[in-house]
Design a protein around this ligand. Structure first.
Ligand code: ADP
Length: 535
């Protein structure tokens, strides 16, 4: 900790809340620029919706959502339409204020007319979402899962998921929502911060009882009841990868703005908290993503009236210590050096002499110097490892709890990364480093360089398209700091162009075809420029 400021550059910077330090030119930072904004309820809903437009079946793990206040008329109209077509449909909706957390301001409604429109909704935007009425229950209680995910790198995309997570329980037996029980938060909301105030809250003294348990203990129980736990895990992995694929395009725009390519800057990684609800049929549904998940391993206990003490929480400790330990192991700057040494040895070059700086000991977290020779040998292979047993930084540490899922399963998911490619086009035409919005000239250059204008789509129509879409997005009041076209507006314009050009195809094929078309013309242009440059 540097309470009075930092003098020397560090290998790893561990920020408390968000990426806010413009004074870092090397090393690794534990936060991505823009992540806090990206996981807000409205932004996440928008990002997932774009993916739902392209791939409705693949993105059916997020409840149908509407953004308030702007989509209130749409919400009313769609609900009315669905009710008309299926009179037996008796939905419940959950209203969540944007940027809220810990269940703050959340309420359930049965009908769009129950939304509290007076005052607050205008000043406090929100998401209204279909309420999942049939969650999986354990001991008659609703619970959700908090899973920890490490986004180790954005480019190339690297994702790790922790093998174990937390299950957070409600404290009143669950009943399907009725007008009578809608307001019973201890029955419907699983937030720890709310349920801790219930008289029924049980602090767990081991990992498989109480109001907060490990996810693995739930899996054990499900497995003993004959549930297909393997399938459940693979659905969860797929949910996590798809959600991150929905977030990456905008994250890349933030990234290039804060850490421009080609200039000295840090790389980033981030631990995210995924909140997932299991439906009765074991289908996992995404509730939200937390950019700053609590890493507390203690809880407050009232010893006598008004006297509180922090006591260890075995469940939190079991899960969270492993996540932090593995994150540090994975981003360990010495790892890269060890790899370099390995290459050095393999190419038969001279003796190696490197010092390894530290060893992070499980639980005791002491720093210990170790000789680099054993390190180099450690990485050289299993036979060598035996010789230097106990002297490596990782010897004696439990095996990794964070498992790589991307690029491991990249082949299965890469076809979904269309908006990422649209974002790459957007970033190319942003021009001035440090901006996140495209000006009219940048948009015109994009159209011209990609050869998208023709006799039936004049440059005047291009300008009209730019003005229409940009004005609408800016009127939603998302970000007034900069003027111009934001990524989502560009994506909308891109989809419009794709629909115009490739009329009869499904949307994702239209978009993929237009991306191929643009990338081809830009590659030709780059080639020409290269030749001209050489000439
Ligand atoms: P917050 O950030 O305030 O915790 P969440 O989106 O996590 O907001 O919602 C709070 C709680 O409400 C969740 O932990 C979950 O128990 C419940 N919840 C949220 N969305 C739904 C939903 N669509 N269906 C059923 N329960 C939900």
């Amino acid at each position: 900790q540097f309470p009075f400021g930092r003098r020397l550059p560090c290998d790893i910077y561990w920020h408390g809340v968000s990426f806010h330090d413009n004074d870092i030119f090397s090393g690794q930072v534990n936060k991505f620029p823009g992540m806090t904004e990206m996981v807000r309820k409205i932004t996440l809903s928008r990002a997932v919706r774009t993916m739902q437009d392209l791939f409705p079946l693949e993105y059916n793990f997020y409840p149908r959502s509407w953004i308030l206040p702007e989509e209130f008329p749409l919400f009313v109209a769609e609900v009315r339409m669905m009710k008309d077509s299926d009179p037996s449909w008796k939905p419940t909706f959950i209203v969540k204020p944007d940027g809220g957390c810990q269940g703050d301001g959340i309420y359930l409604i049965k009908d769009p007319s129950d939304i509290r429109l007076t005052g607050s909704i205008q000043s406090r935007p929100a998401v209204v979402q279909e309420y999942i009425c049939k969650p999986l229950l354990v001991d008659k209680l609703k619970f959700d899962i908090r899973l920890y995910v490490l986004l180790k790198s954005l480019e190339p995309l690297e994702i790790y998921i922790a093998k174990d997570g937390l299950s957070r329980f409600c404290t009143e037996p669950y009943q399907e929502p009725t007008l009578k029980n809608l307001h019973q938060v201890f029955m419907h909301l699983t937030n720890y911060s709310l349920n801790i105030h219930s008289g029924n809250f049980i602090h767990s003294d081991n990992v498989n009882t109480g109001s907060k348990r490990t996810f693995s203990s739930i899996l054990c129980r499900l497995s003993s009841r004959g549930a297909d736990v393997k399938k459940l895990w693979s659905d969860i992995i797929s949910l996590v990868i798809k959600t991150i694929i929905a977030l990456t395009p905008e994250l890349k725009v933030y990234y290039q703005s804060d850490i421009p390519a080609g200039k000295p800057g840090p790389t980033c990684f981030q631990i995210l908290g995924f909140d997932i609800l299991l439906m009765k049929n074991l289908k996992p549904m995404l509730l939200e993503v937390n950019a700053n998940p609590s890493m507390r391993i203690e809880h407050e206990q009232e010893l006598s009236p008004g006297v509180f003490e922090n006591v260890p929480s075995p469940v939190d400790e079991e899960v969270k210590v492993a996540v932090i330990r593995d994150t540090l192991r994975l981003v360990d700057p010495q790892k890269k050096k060890r790899k370099d040494v390995q290459q050095h040895i393999e190419s038969g070059k001279k003796e190696v002499n490197i010092r390894y700086n530290y060893l992070i000991c499980y639980r005791c977290q002491t720093l210990e110097h170790v000789s680099e020779a054993s390190e180099a040998l450690l990485d050289a292979g299993p036979a060598d490892r035996r010789e230097c047993d106990g002297r490596s930084p990782e010897a004696g540490l439990p095996s990794l709890c964070l498992k790589q899922v991307f690029p491991k399963y990249a082949k299965q998911f890469n076809y979904l990364r269309l908006v990422d490619r649209v974002a790459a086009l957007f970033i190319r035409f942003l021009g001035v480093k440090g901006t996140t919005k495209l000006g009219p000239t940048g948009f015109r250059t994009f159209i011209r360089n990609c050869k998208l204008s023709n006799s039936s789509f004049s440059m005047a129509s291009v300008d009209i398209l730019y003005i229409d879409i940009t004005r609408r997005w800016n009127s939603m009041g998302i970000d007034h700091k900069e003027s111009g076209m934001c990524l989502q507006a560009f994506v909308e314009a891109f989809f419009c162009l794709a629909q115009k050009k490739y009329k009869s195809l499904p949307l994702h094929e239209q978009v993929a075809s237009l991306i191929d078309f643009c990338e081809y013309h830009l590659a030709v242009l780059d080639e020409k420029r290269l030749v001209c440059g050489r000439g």
